[in-house]
Design a binder for this molecule. Structure first.
Ligand code: FES
Length: 151
């Protein structure tokens, strides 16, 4: 095997391990709501990947969390197009309705609020996701009704 083939094998092994790692992290989060240090240590041991790499991946992707989250995860876009269309008033309306700020969770664990980058609906700004439900052209007056539809 020449140097190029060895590099190719190493790269595909890396990709395979990365896929296994993401799948394991998603599975653990689906089962427990978020990723604890114990989950990361166990995944590191099982997949034989350094804990620092596991933690790096877990903290890189916004769909993964190492902190507790609510049953319903609100993600409001904070990118420039949404910001220019008054996303801040939507964020403030959600915060006032729930009594929490960004990166916080309601006392009853019903909701958590996150500010995220573009969610792909810039032409319908401002936009947000609640779990996998998409809302666009938001105004503060729509927020209470939307939040009220989640248990
Ligand atoms: S900038 Fe907000 S959805 Fe794209």
């Amino acid at each position: 095997m020449d140097g190029k083939n060895r590099e190719g094998s190493a790269a595909s092994m890396k990709n395979s391990k990365r896929e296994d790692l993401l799948a394991s992290l998603e599975r653990a989060q689906d089962e427990h709501g978020y990723l604890t240090r114990e989950h990361l240590v166990e995944i590191s041991r099982t997949l034989d990947i350094p804990l620092s790499d596991v933690f790096g991946v877990a903290s890189f992707y916004s769909f993964l969390s190492t902190k507790p989250r609510g049953r319903n995860i609100i993600r409001i876009c904070k990118s420039v197009p949404c910001h220019l269309k008054n996303a801040q008033t939507v964020i403030e309306s959600v915060a006032a309705e729930l009594g929490i700020g960004p990166d916080e969770i309601t006392e009853d664990a019903r909701f958590s609020l996150e500010q995220v980058g573009c969610i792909g609906a810039c032409d319908m700004a401002p936009a947000m996701l609640i779990n996998n439900d998409f809302y666009a052209n938001l105004t503060p007056s729509k927020i209470a009704r939307i939040l009220g539809s989640y248990e």
